[in-house]
Ligand binder design. Structure first.
Ligand SMILES: Nc1ncnc2c1ncn2[C@@H]1O[C@H](COP(=O)(O)OP(=O)(O)O)[C@@H](O)[C@H]1O
Ligand SMILES: [Mg+2]
Length: 249
């Protein structure tokens, strides 16, 4: 059914492959072993992504025997793009505007992504697309537990998520703030000190922004506020604030 081209990623039992299907390149996300929990998670990812239809969200083409078939986005993910250092400011802002548009659409559809980070943003030419709704919370379905906190780097994770407290769409806006900070400076917020920040140490501060992005400091400190109530209320409000900065349009 699928002709494997290469494996793009393997996280636990979830394998992501570039494959040929019906004469085109697609990305297939499926299990490489049996787990009831991972099966449920993939099913939920499909249910969530099916509700979305937006130019900044990677579209799901089909589900076949438990495998999720996504449109292939040629290019790199944002983590790969940042491996060589920060992005030019205008480019970083374009990526973030695209991610905010994707999140505005998701949030309006009752979906919280819960894992906004550079490896889940794909860069295709000028456009950025959000993917990997594997930890998403669908407000219309049962909420998932906070088990995503066990995985990966916590540098993009909102403090309330880290503590396993009820999250809402503002946790995603923290993730966007972290992503923007990384894109501008070349390093994730708080670097290796992030656990001290997350566990409440307010002596841990952010390294300053490069001079050409200094006017974004107020916006970033709002996006990265420890308290969700101090963040932007919605993705659209953060997008407006970004576009209102001297360099954000
Ligand atoms: N549609 C796609 N087109 C191109 N590359 C993709 C696509 N989906 C995923 N990838 C690549 O595979 C990686 C893992 O996919 P992802 O959905 O984030 O799963 P997971 O993080 O659970 O392994 C991404 O970081 C990206 O590099
Ligand atoms: Mg991912």
């Amino acid at each position: 059914m699928f002709e494997l081209v290469r494996v793009l990623s393997q996280q636990g039992l979830v394998r992501v492959e570039l494959a040929k299907w019906r004469g085109r390149l697609v990305v297939v996300k499926r299990l490489s072993g049996f787990s009831a929990e991972a099966t449920r998670r993939l099913e939920r990812e499909a249910d969530v992504v099916r509700k979305l239809d937006h130019e900044n969200v990677v579209p799901l083409l089909a589900t076949i025997e438990g495998a999720l078939v996504y449109a292939y986005v040629p290019g790199v993910n944002l983590a790969q793009a940042l491996a060589d250092g920060p992005l030019p400011v205008a480019r970083a802002l374009k990526v973030v505007r695209d991610v905010l548009r994707a999140l505005e659409h998701a949030h309006l559809n009752g979906v919280i992504h819960c894992d906004v980070k550079p490896s889940n943003v794909l860069i295709r030419g000028e456009r950025a697309l959000l993917t990997d709704f594997g930890f998403a919370k669908d407000l219309a379905l049962t909420a998932i537990t906070g088990d995503q906190q066990l995985l990966g780097t916590p540098n993009y994770m909102a403090p309330e998520q880290f503590h396993g407290i009820r999250t809402d769409h503002r946790s995603d806006l923290y993730g966007v703030g972290a992503l923007l900070y990384h894109a501008l400076t070349g390093d994730a917020p708080y670097g290796s000190q992030v656990l001290r920040f997350l566990t409440g140490d307010d002596r841990i501060t952010l390294a300053p922004l490069p001079a050409e992005a200094a006017c974004l400091a107020p916006l970033l400190s709002r996006a990265l506020a420890r308290e969700p109530g101090r963040r932007f209320a919605h993705a659209a409000a953060m997008l407006d604030a970004l576009q209102a900065t001297p360099i954000g349009a």
